[in-house]
Design a protein around this ligand. Structure first.
Ligand code: NAD
Length: 244
C-alpha cells in the first residue's frame, strides 16, 4: 500500500509552485487531496480545487468545510499560501505590512482554526507550515516578509505544544530559494534575467536553486506516519544556506 493511503489532505496555495508540487506528491503517495487557492481552475486531476482567499475568514472556513465534506475529513493540512514583499522597514507603508501579515500569518491561523475540528477527529493528524530561510538568515530587502515568516516559525512551536496531546503534530519546512513561478516573476523583472538566475544559482551553497519537488518531499515526510514522533520541528530545505 502507498504510504498515505486512506489519508486526506488540504493544501493552501496549491495551484502553483511548492503547493502544487506538494499536492501532487501527496496524491501520488495515496492521499486524497484538496487544493485551496485564489484560482484553482487549472489544478490537474486527481486534485480537487476549491476557491479560497486565506485573508478572508468566511472564504477560508467555507472552503475548508467544503473540502472536508468532499474528502470525508482532514488528516493533513499544509499551510502553504503566501505572498512576497521586497523592501526595508523604510520602504513599505502600514497597509502593505498589514496585508502581508494578513496573508502569511493570519492566513495560517484562519485555515488551521477551520481545519482543527476535522484534525481532532483524525488519528494521524498533522500540519505543516511554510517558513523560510529568511527566518534564520538575515537577507537584505526582506524585512516585512521575514517578520511574517518568523511569526509563522514561532506559531508552529506554539501550535505543536497546544495540540500534541490531542495527537496533532505541527511542523515547519524552511525552504531556501526555490525555483517556482514566484522566483520566476522576480527574475523576469531583472534587467538581464539569465544573468540574474546565474548569480542566484551561484549564491546557493549547493550551486543551484531548490526544486519545488524537494520541498514537497520534505513536507510529505513530515505528514507521513514515519514522522509520527516529530513535532514542533523545522526542516530546512535550502542547499545548506542557513547553516553553511
Ligand atoms: P507561488 O507564488 O508560486 O504560489 C503561491 C500560491 O499561493 C499561488 O497559487 C497563489 O494563488 C496562492 N495564494 C496567494 N495568496 C493567496 C491567498 N490570499 N489565498 C489563497 N491562496 C493564495 O509561490 P511559491 O514560491 O510556491 O511559495 C509557496 C510558499 O512557500 C509561500 O508561503 C512562500 O512564502 C514559501 N517560500 C517560497 C520560497 C521560494 O523561494 N519560492 C522560499 C521560501 C518560502
Amino acid at each position: 500500500a502507498a504510504e498515505l493511503d486512506g489519508l486526506t489532505a488540504v493544501v493552501t496555495g496549491g495551484a502553483s509552485g511548492i503547493g502544487l508540487a506538494t499536492a501532487t506528491l501527496l496524491a501520488e503517495r495515496g492521499a486524497r487531496v484538496a487544493v485551496l487557492d485564489l484560482d484553482p481552475s487549472a489544478v490537474p486531476e486527481p486534485l480537487l480545487g476549491f476557491t479560497a482567499d486565506v485573508s478572508d475568514d468566511a472564504s477560508v472556513s467555507g472552503a475548508v468545510e467544503a473540502a472536508a465534506e468532499a474528502l470525508g475529513g482532514i488528516d493533513i493540512l499544509v499551510n502553504n499560501a503566501g505572498i512576497g514583499a521586497i523592501g526595508t522597514v523604510a520602504d513599505n507603508p502600514d497597509e502593505q505590512w498589514l496585508r502581508v501579515l494578513d496573508v502569511n500569518l493570519v492566513g495560517v491561523v484562519r485555515t488551521t482554526r477551520a481545519a482543527l475540528p476535522h484534525l481532532r477527529r483524525s488519528t494521524r493528524a498533522s500540519v505543516v507550515n511554510l517558513g523560510s530561510i529568511v527566518v534564520t538568515t538575515g537577507l537584505p530587502q526582506r524585512a516585512l516578509y521575514a517578520a511574517s515568516k518568523g511569526a509563522v516559525h514561532s506559531l508552529t512551536l506554539s501550535m505543536a505544544a497546544d495540540h500534541v496531546r490531542e495527537g496533532i503534530r505541527v511542523n515547519c519546512v524552511s525552504p531556501g530559494t526555490v525555483d517556482t513561478p514566484w522566483v520566476g516573476r522576480l527574475l523576469d523583472a531583472a534587467d538581464d534575467p539569465a544573468a540574474e538566475r546565474a548569480a542566484l544559482n551561484a549564491r546557493q551553497p549547493h550551486g543551484r536553486l531548490v526544486t519545488p519537488e524537494e520541498v514537497a518531499a520534505a513536507i510529505a515526510y513530515l505528514v507521513s506516519p514515519a514522522a509520527g514522533s516529530t513535532t514542533g520541528m523545522t526542516l530546512q530545505v535550502d542547499g545548506g544556506m542557513a547553516n553553511l
